[in-house]
Design a protein around this ligand. Structure first.
Ligand code: ATP
Ligand code: MG
Length: 335
């Protein structure tokens, strides 16, 4: 492996920032799409409250964390306090309610790793997956959304990284690469660690938002309107940041020792988390700590074959951004 630690930015690095911003803008969903999603949730809420007056639907995932590209499926969580029925029974009953409400392609997947009901709304054309009581996902959705409001470069960086990951087929957890959620966490960590920093560590600040979910205390500063100028002292362009992001993951990250942690805002050691050995299916070849479920390594899906693919893709991206005459095209060439 060639070490390229002290490589300089190419001279025209800032020239392709506008092209990257144009790519970002082409990926952002239109306001009408967001409105349609809200409309669907409202009508589903009405349908469900007839049967379960205290149940509520929440949007989570990319349609609610502000990192969603247009036309993605929407992720919905039903929060329900139902002691009589098990999860599978709730899902089956939910499927009946949706079918009676004229939603299409209703399917209850009760045996999936995360059991869900899938459906399509003929009125808006939107497809959605509904899970039950996955409230931690609702809270981590809010954390990501709050980070996105602090500095616009986070959304730009994360959209471009997600777009790269989808084009290069390294955004497929069932094939041993990373989830979109993991990539966004990597971007937040990276911007927390620029100097001057572009993002703060919200979980290390005075907590203004506190909830307890599944016996986990989730607490962070969420008055992000007060943080609008946080990253202003750092003037790096999106092209520099993208280059530095891939350069970090290609040549600088210490895969044997370090864990990315947005909870603390720094790197922490694998040793301190006892993530140095393979335990069960957790291989810990690339370690990304979940901000709330801290025993959860978002990189655990990566195995000894896919880590190699992933690191080669990071190197490819870093080299394209360093040397390629047309980086904003070559970077996203399909795998
Ligand atoms: P995409 O645009 O690719 O659909 P997404 O933001 O919806 O992106 P997913 O990886 O599909 O990302 O995850 C949906 C949501 O589920 C995340 O926003 C997060 O709240 C939650 N989630 C996903 N993976 C994990 C995980 N490993 N641990 C905890 N929560 C997760
Ligand atoms: Mg999703």
């Amino acid at each position: 492996r060639i070490q390229r630690r002290n490589i300089q930015y190419r001279r025209d690095i800032d020239y392709f920032a506008p092209k990257l911003i144009a790519i970002f803008e082409s990926l952002v969903p239109a306001d009408e799409e967001i409105a349609k999603q809200k409309q669907l949730i409202n009508s589903l809420n009405k349908l469900i409250s007839r049967e379960w007056p205290h149940a509520r639907l929440h949007l989570y995932g990319s349609c609610a964390n502000s990192f969603g590209v247009s036309n993605s499926d929407i992720d919905v969580c039903l929060s329900i306090d139902e002691k009589e029925l098990g999860k599978a029974e709730i899902l089956l009953k939910l499927a009946d309610i949706l079918e009676a409400g004229n939603l299409q392609n209703v399917q209850a997947l009760t045996r999936a790793r995360v059991p869900i009901v899938k459906m399509m709304d003929p009125e808006t054309g939107l497809s959605c997956d509904i899970c039950i009581n996955n409230l931690l996902a609702v809270v981590n959705t809010k954390l990501l959304k709050d980070y996105a409001m602090i500095d616009p470069r986070l959304r730009q960086l994360a959209f471009i990284v997600k777009h790269w990951a989808k084009s290069r087929r390294v955004n497929e957890t069932y094939q041993g690469t990373l989830s979109s959620y993991a990539y966004v966490i990597m971007c937040i960590h990276f911007l927390q660690n620029r100097r001057p920093a572009i993002l703060p560590c919200l979980q290390a600040m005075e907590a203004t938002y506190v909830v307890r979910v599944d016996n986990i205390d989730c607490a962070f500063f969420d008055d992000v309107d007060k943080l609008h100028a946080f990253g202003a002292r750092n003037r790096e362009s999106i092209s520099r940041l993208l280059w530095a992001f891939f350069h970090y993951w290609a040549y600088q990250h210490d895969y044997t020792a370090d864990v990315v942690s947005i909870r603390t805002g720094t790197l922490i050691s694998k040793h301190s988390k006892d993530w140095t050995r393979r335990i069960g299916n957790d291989r810990h070849l690339i370690c990304i700590e979940d901000p709330f479920e801290t025993s959860h390594d978002l990189g655990r899906v990566v195995d000894k074959f896919t880590i190699k693919i992933l690191r080669e893709e990071f190197e490819r991206a870093a080299n394209i951004l360093q040397y390629d005459p047309n980086p904003t095209v070559t970077l996203f060439e399909p795998y």
